[in-house]
Design a protein around this ligand. Structure first.
Ligand SMILES: *[C@@H]1O[C@H](CO)[C@@H](O)[C@H](O)[C@H]1NC(C)=O
Ligand SMILES: *[C@@H]1O[C@H](CO)[C@@H](O)[C@H](O)[C@H]1NC(C)=O
Length: 328
């Protein structure tokens, strides 16, 4: 973790040079930590499995915990026949249930682009994705899960001339974090688009974002990822394999929480059957530090907690953007 942090700091100057410098729609960050409110939660069945090598490597590489303290859960969501293995260090701020629930709220078509994830302990919330594997530090809200997954969805769109033009012709970007660069902007717009799709409002007039939203609306691939009610097995970049290490944790199942009345949404889960293709991790690595500025009440979907308008915002930027851009 420490070497990574230094790495981030070293790149800040370079990243700043690419800042978009556009007006922002939300001056205090995306007001979307109530994302799950009114949405139906997908069911899940799960069991503890031996932590995959990848999770152990990430835990130890980040100096977050020892091999024996990595937990893994194989989760099969009601909208996807192919399970994911989700990991955490046993001291991570987010519980396994938190992680499983928050990831379930990433629309299945976007979730499909993510191979795996791990949650670690840290003083403040942050997250990054590298090689379609997400590392969450501390307690991240659902929009951060969507943001990171959207980096995997990106697959080069944010580096395209279409996206650059869309940004140039838009009167705004979502927030100051989106102003970091085209990659972060794409992921933030994806969060706004997802929120808008689910809630029919984005708590602001998004007209100034239209050229960017239109890229999503006009792309068959991005529209499918957003709208499908089942996962897209052929988009899964890889699946983690359970190891023979001891499995720590529970097995069980969750039934969908009842949607709170404000906005109800029917989620029809069909069945998808397909085999998961091997390999092919698309390029992409980005990282960010996020600070949940107001919310001490962590966002536990389905808990029906009253929240004040939690304003969360991402403060810092990015890693390896240069590397990412050159890959694109
Ligand atoms: C994460 O957990 C550590 C250890 O309990 C604690 O010091 C830290 O404040 C927690 N972070 C958050 C954001 O709750
Ligand atoms: C977008 O605008 C910036 C700054 O005005 C400019 O440098 C860049 O070339 C423009 N990009 C496109 C694709 O028009």
């Amino acid at each position: 973790m420490h070497s990574r942090v230094l790495h981030v700091v070293g790149l800040v100057a370079a990243v700043t040079a690419q800042a978009l410098d556009k007006p922002t729609l939300y001056s205090d960050g995306l007001p979307m930590s109530d994302y799950a409110d009114g949405l139906q939660q997908v069911s899940a069945t799960f069991r503890a499995v031996g932590p995959p090598d990848k999770c152990v490597e990430e835990a130890m590489g980040n100096n977050a915990c020892d091999e024996g303290d990595v937990e893994a859960r194989e989760v099969t969501y009601g909208d996807c026949e192919q399970p994911w293995i989700l990991c955490r260090c046993s001291n991570a701020n987010m519980s396994m249930d938190d992680i499983m629930t928050k990831f379930s709220y990433v629309p299945p078509g976007i979730r499909s682009y993510v191979g795996g994830l791990i949650a670690l302990q840290a003083p403040a919330a942050s997250a990054y994705i590298a090689g379609n594997f997400i590392v969450f530090n501390s307690d991240c809200v659902i929009p951060v899960f969507i943001h990171e997954s959207s980096h995997a969805l990106d697959s080069g769109v944010s580096g395209s001339s279409e996206w650059k033009n869309a940004v140039n012709t838009s009167a705004c970007v979502p927030d100051y974090y989106a102003n970091s660069n085209l990659i972060e902007d794409f992921a933030q717009v994806s969060v706004v688009y997802t929120y808008l799709s689910k809630h029919n409002t984005a708590k602001a007039d998004t007209t100034c974002l239209d050229p960017q939203l239109d890229v999503f609306r006009q792309s068959e691939r991005l529209t499918l990822a957003q709208k499908t009610t089942t996962c897209l097995p052929d988009k899964r970049p890889f699946t983690l394999e359970a190891s023979s290490r001891p499995a720590i944790g529970d097995s069980g199942s969750t039934t969908p929480a009842t949607a709170t009345p404000a906005i109800s949404r029917s989620t029809a889960f069909g069945s998808a059957s397909a085999t998961i293709p091997a390999g092919s991790t698309s390029p992409g690595s980005a990282s960010e530090t996020s600070t949940d500025v107001t919310s001490t009440q962590t966002d536990i979907p389905g808990a029906g907690l009253q929240r004040t308008t939690a304003v969360w915002s991402w403060t810092v930027v990015t890693v390896s953007s240069l590397w990412v851009i050159s890959l694109y």
